[in-house]
Design a binder for this molecule. Structure first.
Ligand code: KIV
Ligand code: ZN
Length: 515
């Protein structure tokens, strides 16, 4: 039997990035987009171009870099938003504009201060306007999960007539339950007379931990596009996780009438890349991509798996890319091997000088750690590596003394705007001492909201990857650092966070503000 295609629309770079502290640079977005293209994602939502010039440039860079996936830009139902999205997507092989307006009573009355008639009119106008840039136009009814069914039918019928090719039904606040949400999808498809002229899509948030279940229920009831993110990254409790959706549909082909085109062997690589770049660690027991997702601890399970793996395994670790973590380079590898492996990972350099800096970092690392994995290479070129060269505050030297029965002490030298300054401080532990010394030099005044350490690969010579979350005046930033010495990694992470606080703040948020 020929199955329907389930379109995978990845919004890691847009909704995922709306997670406080998860913002990404243009180059990081391009790197993730290239990995998503390799994963064979159908549509990549690259950002919200009107939000800031940085967002615009990032969407433009992704549109130029990606060839096989459709690249999408988000726009409120406003002239300026749609024009900016159209402009940013000019270079794309295949472009989509995603325009939206809220349809729930509370959003229309309290946020938009518009009548339902005005909302329909604005939605139709926005879709027509977007069609002037591309014939691939998606319309979303924000807060559809709390909208009236009759009104949704009215808006959707009107925007399909106006030329929308995808109709998205978001559960913006994660309020729905699986059977109910599935029923909504079924009724929409049944009642909207021109429903067959568009692909129906779902976009679920995870406030009640039901984003994946709600999305799958909608698929069972006729949705043929799912909007999701790698590792379930996203606003508040996140979006539906791409890896869970894809593997549920693939593992239960006995029940689903559709399948995706995803190359699942790329899932773990994408998960690690997103976690690495955003600094959001993956919990060990996370389905599919958690470190323990395929680990059998109990004797009974181990015995069963050894006798016949299907006794306790419904998927194979290698099918989602767990064994792709191969050793790629070592201390004797040359510059060409280094450049070509980075190329395969979608990492390119703006200049020979940048490549040389990265190569010398790689040589330093290979001296300390004889097996260098893809994840190590990725860490080398993120904020933890090459981009740190351009930061205003840089770590010059760190010496820590930690001894049983003695108070730990750290001597830190930083370069701040090119001027070197040193200080000594004591602390409750070596990291605390280093942070006190850095703070004495930087005076950031930031509150440390989160400090987490993970190993990038396995083994005691693995690089430690540290994430800190700093808060100052209501602004949240993440800082990351990686090194085989976790005190140095911790110092780099704190300094990286301080550098971000020095950058100009913030950009517009798509779901805040009036139409
Ligand atoms: O959650 C939401 O409603 C959104 C829309 C912009 C699709 O992210
Ligand atoms: Zn959303």
């Amino acid at each position: 039997m020929n199955k329907d295609r389930l379109i995978i629309f990845d919004t890691t770079l847009r909704d995922g990035e709306q997670s406080p502290g998860a913002s990404m640079t243009r180059d990081e977005k391009v790197r993730i987009a290239k990995a998503l293209e390799k994963l064979r994602v159908d549509v990549i939502e690259a950002g919200f171009p009107i939000a800031s010039s940085g967002d615009f440039e990032a969407v433009q860079a992704v549109a130029n870099a990606v060839k096989d996936s459709t690249v999408c830009g988000l726009a409120r139902a406003l002239e300026a938003d749609i024009a900016r999205a159209g402009e940013a997507l000019k270079g794309a092989n295949s472009a989509r504009i995603h325009t939206f307006i809220a349809t729930s009573p509370v959003h229309m009355e309290r946020k938009l201060r518009m009548t339902p008639d005005q909302v329909v009119e604005q939605a139709v106008w926005a879709v027509r306007r977007a069609r002037a840039y591309t014939d691939n136009v998606e319309f979303s009814a924000e807060d559809a999960g709390r909208s009236e069914l009759d009104f949704l039918c009215r808006v959707f019928e009107a925007v399909i007539d106006a030329g929308a090719t995808t109709i998205n039904v978001p559960d913006t606040v994660g309020y729905n339950l699986p059977t109910q949400f599935g029923e909504t999808m079924r009724l929409l498809l049944e009642r909207i007379p021109n429903a067959d002229k568009a692909v129906f899509s779902v976009h679920c948030h995870n406030d009640l931990g039901l984003a994946v279940a709600n999305s799958l229920s909608a698929v069972m009831n006729g949705a043929r596009q799912v909007e999701c993110t790698i590792n379930g990254l996203g606003e508040r409790a996140g979006n539906a996780s791409l890896e869970e959706i894809v593997m549920a549909v693939r593992t239960r082909q006995d029940l689903f009438p559709c399948d995706t085109d995803i190359d699942a062997t790329q899932i773990v690589t994408c998960s690690k890349l997103v976690s690495n770049i955003t600094g959001f660690p993956v919990q060990p027991n996370k389905a599919i991509v958690g470190a323990n997702a395929f680990a059998h601890e109990s004797g009974i399970h181990q015995d069963g798996v050894l006798k016949h793996r299907e006794t306790y395994e419904i998927m194979r670790a290698e099918d989602v890319g767990w064994t792709q973590n191969r050793m790629v380079l070592g201390k004797h590898s040359g510059r060409n091997a280094f450049r070509s492996r980075l190329d395969e990972l979608g990492i390119t350099f703006a200049s020979e000088e940048e490549l040389n800096t990265a190569f010398s970092r790689f040589k330093d690392l290979a001296d300390k750690k004889h097996e260098v994995f893809d994840e190590d290479l990725q860490a080398l070129v993120t904020e933890k590596g090459i981009e740190a060269e351009n930061e205003r505050i840089r770590l010059v030297a760190l010496r820590v003394v930690s001894e049983t029965g003695e108070i730990p002490n750290a001597d830190v030298t930083l370069s701040i705007d090119g001027e070197e300054r040193s200080v000594s401080a004591e602390g409750g532990g070596p990291v605390d001492a280093a942070y006190k010394a850095i703070e004495a030099l930087v005076n950031s005044g930031a509150d440390l909201k989160l400090y987490s350490v993970n190993n990038i690969t396995s083994g005691t010579d693995s690089q430690g990857e540290v994430t800190v979350r700093l808060e100052r005046g209501g602004r949240l930033v993440n800082g990351q650092g990686a090194d085989t010495d976790i005190v140095i990694a911790s110092a780099k992470a704190y300094i990286n966070g301080c550098n971000k606080l020095l950058e100009p703040a913030q950009r517009a948020h798509p779901q805040v503000g009036d139409v």
